[in-house]
Design a protein around this ligand. Structure first.
Ligand SMILES: [Zn+2]
Ligand SMILES: [Zn+2]
Length: 262
């Protein structure tokens, strides 16, 4: 059975295991090697089942533990050319790591991983869809200022999706962040708000994505219940029934041990 384990989600680190009980891949490695290992163990995932690590972009909340983790466990690192170069410049990967550019898609074991670019303030950020050994598909779509048609299509062809619901626009505007940072987050290359996320989910449910998870929630500018209710209200207003037409939850920010079968 296909499963996703959202280990970490948010500005303090991001990492997801996707696969089956026998094999899987890690999307992002944004915590220390030790923390990643501990989280995997708590979730009951054997680190030896990981076939490769995919990195969405060079921000440290997505690749902090990458260099050590990938070297220790002898794992190939896949990312866009721009992300690999940016990580090399910052020493986040070194010559000791096995790296490879993913263009459109790549096979790892009995899985297939598809890449689509995301609009974000990074060199060449992207998101990934993983087809698990049993054919089920999961996508992690966070760190994007706006939703794009190619990412929408990728999500629509998935069974499970993590979609970014980063901030409540009003909380961000009234909050303590400096003006420049607020502008960056709200820009087309920043992060997707609760409101923008909610506006997308109806289409995803309609095209058959029955398991939805909100990810990369800001601790400063969001509240999990607010993110959930913003999306739930929109879906219910469209006549869609939670538990029947879809499931919706938020990803735990730290050390998530919940295994989501899909
Ligand atoms: Zn991030
Ligand atoms: Zn980022």
């Amino acid at each position: 059975m296909a499963k996703v384990v959202p280990l970490f989600s948010g500005s303090k680190g991001n990492s997801y295991y996707i696969g089956s009980s026998g094999e899987g891949v890690l999307i992002d490695a944004g915590r220390s090697c030790k923390q990643l290992e501990q989280a995997l163990e708590l979730a009951g995932v054997d680190v030896r089942s990981i076939g490769a690590v995919f990195v969405t972009h060079e921000h440290t909340d997505h690749c902090q533990g990458l260099r050590v983790f990938a070297k220790k466990h002898n794992l190939r690192v896949y990312a866009s050319q721009g992300t690999l170069l940016a990580m090399e410049e910052k020493g986040l990967v070194t010559a000791e790591n096995m790296t490879e550019v993913i263009e459109d898609s790549v096979a790892v074991g009995n899985m297939n991983i598809v890449r689509r670019d995301t609009p974000h303030d990074a060199r060449e950020s992207c998101c990934f869809q993983v087809t698990a050994p049993d054919g089920r598909r999961a996508v992690i779509a966070t760190d994007m200022g706006v939703m794009t048609e190619p990412v929408r299509e990728l999500i629509c062809s998935s069974d499970f999706a993590v979609v970014e619901s980063n901030h409540d626009v009003r909380m961000l505007q009234l909050g303590p962040y400096p003006y420049v940072l607020k502008r960056r987050i709200l820009s087309d290359k920043g992060h997707l708000s609760n409101e923008s996320c909610a506006a997308e989910l109806g289409e995803f449910v309609r095209c058959g994505v029955s398991r939805l998870m909100l990810g990369h929630l800001s601790e400063q500018n969001n509240i999990p219940e607010l993110a959930l209710n913003t999306s739930l209200d929109v879906l219910k207003a469209m006549g869609m029934k939670p538990g029947l037409d879809f499931t919706l939850e938020t990803a735990a920010p730290v050390g998530g041990t919940k295994i989501v079968s899909f």
